[in-house]
Design a protein around this ligand. Structure first.
Ligand code: NAD
Length: 482
């Protein structure tokens, strides 16, 4: 079923190769690409991190990570052994001099070179400088940078500036793993490869859009860090914003990195400022055997939000009059990410049972169970007369791929392969990130200036009560989180 598009032979350096992200996402993702036959046999993964160890010791760590994060049914000894042979380790100090000569010696001149910065953003500048000045990275090399990309416009600009000293924009891959999800790309296929949707894709026919990213986990062990960020910075400015852009953008003239990113940028620039009455922020209370947000944050006076809901307007011809409701939070009822596009009612009903009537909704589900689902009205089957009922037209990818077919690639594995291929379409451009901060900054500044306190909410619910009002007020309601 699957068509694996081979990539060129590469040397991929993972700075922070002993870190949490490398263990949970990057290495398991690469393992699946290796066993999926996409990683050319002479490609190598070179982990670079602070601890002193040799290849053997590092490979043992990778084996443990695969055992923990790749399900037993999806790995076998031959695959693991073959993968580990592709892996090397260099001890390096990002801000010092040790290890850099070793790394340089290891890099091969005639293969794709990519450098994944899976370290704290405060080290990005030092890494970029050393890679460039020591001639380890050349004009064809690529760097991949993780989130967070700044905490406001000023810091994002500073980060862009320091990277630009050493790398061209075409070499910089800013990861937003939401863009690597199968369904998110399918959203673009559904929109731009069918005639059905695009004519209706405007305020005239779409009542509103809901984007939900709900998590069940709290901020737990990273509470102290999270408390300096919050849901707006951690989730809305990047992930929810990217999803909003893909729904709202004009058709790009070609599915090409800059054409797509130009259209996304126009959407961000068209966003209206959000007034305080269109924002609800929340903090979870203790419950279910877990501490409250402020306890996790270690800060009883914290004003940082673990939940946010907001109503956003896009001021352009296509979207004038169609609000986008965004919400994201921790310790909610279920782990669920989805985009729901609710169409308007038909202009006139010819049927009597108007109370059974429901709007068409296009639901794009990102997790769990990736898939797209269109709710349409039909006649209730059977002899009951002309009664209406709503049924889903379901496009579930697991089924489309066949019962024992290929798994849907994880976002990280797909994005890393895009880096090797040199395709930036699913990565954020520097100006996009800055524009998103330019929109978010005044919103954050306003609540900080007023000293607003987030509302509290019970864990295991759908968030603060006030968030319900944000919708009710407009005669609408949130979809259930499940
Ligand atoms: P981590 O703290 O678990 O790992 C940090 C890594 O950086 C370690 O391998 C460490 O050896 C290395 N390191 C630290 N200082 C160094 C130095 N001076 N020289 C060389 N190496 C050094 O961090 P993480 O959770 O893996 O996160 C890495 C990056 O990914 C961060 O930017 C983070 O914001 C981002 N990120 C992480 C997650 C996640 O789920 N962990 C999710 C999204 C984004």
């Amino acid at each position: 079923v699957s068509r694996v598009i081979p990539v060129d032979t590469f040397d991929l350096v993972i700075f922070g190769g002993t870190g949490d992200l490398a263990r949970r996402k990057i290495l398991p993702g690469l393992y699946r690409r290796f066993t999926g036959g996409q990683m050319p046999p002479d490609s190598r993964i070179i982990a670079a991190a602070r601890s002193e160890m040799d290849d053997t010791a590092y490979r043992a760590q990778v084996r443990a990570a695969l055992e923990e994060f790749v399900p037993a049914g999806k790995r076998d000894e031959a695959g693991v052994a073959g993968f580990l042979e592709r892996i090397h380790y260099v001890a390096i100090d990002a801000t010092g001099t040790s290890g850099w000569a070793d790394l340089k010696k290891m890099m091969r001149p005639d293969v794709v070179r990519a450098f994944y910065f899976s370290v704290a953003p405060s080290l990005f500048g030092a890494l970029a400088e050393r890679l460039h000045e020591r001639g380890i990275a050349g004009p064809q090399s690529r760097i991949v940078v993780e989130k967070p990309f700044g905490r406001d416009l000023e810091s994002a600009r500073a980060l862009n500036r320091v990277l630009a000293l050493h790398f061209a924009e075409e070499q910089i891959y800013r990861i937003d793993h939401y863009l690597g999800k199968e369904t998110v790309q399918n959203l673009m296929a559904v929109r731009f490869a069918n005639i059905l949707f695009e004519p209706l894709w405007k305020a005239q026919y779409i009542d509103h859009v809901q984007i939900t990213v709900a998590e069940t986990v709290g901020v737990g062990g990273r509470g102290a860090y999270y408390d300096t960020s919050g849901a707006m910075r951690d989730m809305v400015q990047n992930h929810l914003m990217q999803l909003l852009c893909l729904i709202a953008m004009e058709p790009p003239y070609h599915f090409d990195p800059n054409a797509v990113r130009d259209e996304k940028l126009k959407v961000i620039r068209a966003l209206d400022p959000v007034p305080p009455e269109d924002i609800v922020r929340g903090q979870y209370l203790a419950g279910g055997g877990q501490e409250s947000y402020v306890d996790h944050a270690g800060n009883p006076r914290s004003r940082t939000e673990s939940y946010i809901a907001l109503k956003v307007h896009i001021a352009n011809w296509r979207w004038k009059g169609t609000p986008f409701y965004l919400r994201t939070g921790k310790r909610l009822r279920a782990r669920a990410s989805e985009i729901a596009i609710t169409f308007r009612e038909p202009p006139h009903s010819i049927f009597d049972d108007a109370e059974d009537w429901r709007e068409n909704v296009l639901v794009i589900r990102l997790q769990p169970d990736e898939g797209i689902n269109l709710k349409v009205m039909i006649k209730e089957p059977g002899p009951g007369g002309m009664r209406l009922t709503q049924v889903p037209l379901d496009m579930s990818f697991a089924e489309a791929l066949g019962p024992d077919g290929e798994d849907i690639p994880d976002a990280y594995e797909r994005l890393i392969m895009d880096v090797i291929r040199g395709n930036q379409t699913l990565f954020m451009r520097g100006d996009e990130v800055e524009a998103a901060w330019a929109w978010a900054d005044p919103i954050i500044a306003a609540w900080e200036r007023r000293g607003d306190r987030p509302k509290t909410y019970e864990p295991g619910t759908s968030g603060p009560e006030d968030a319900l009002m944000l919708m009710h007020r407009d005669g609408r309601r949130w979809r259930e989180i499940r």
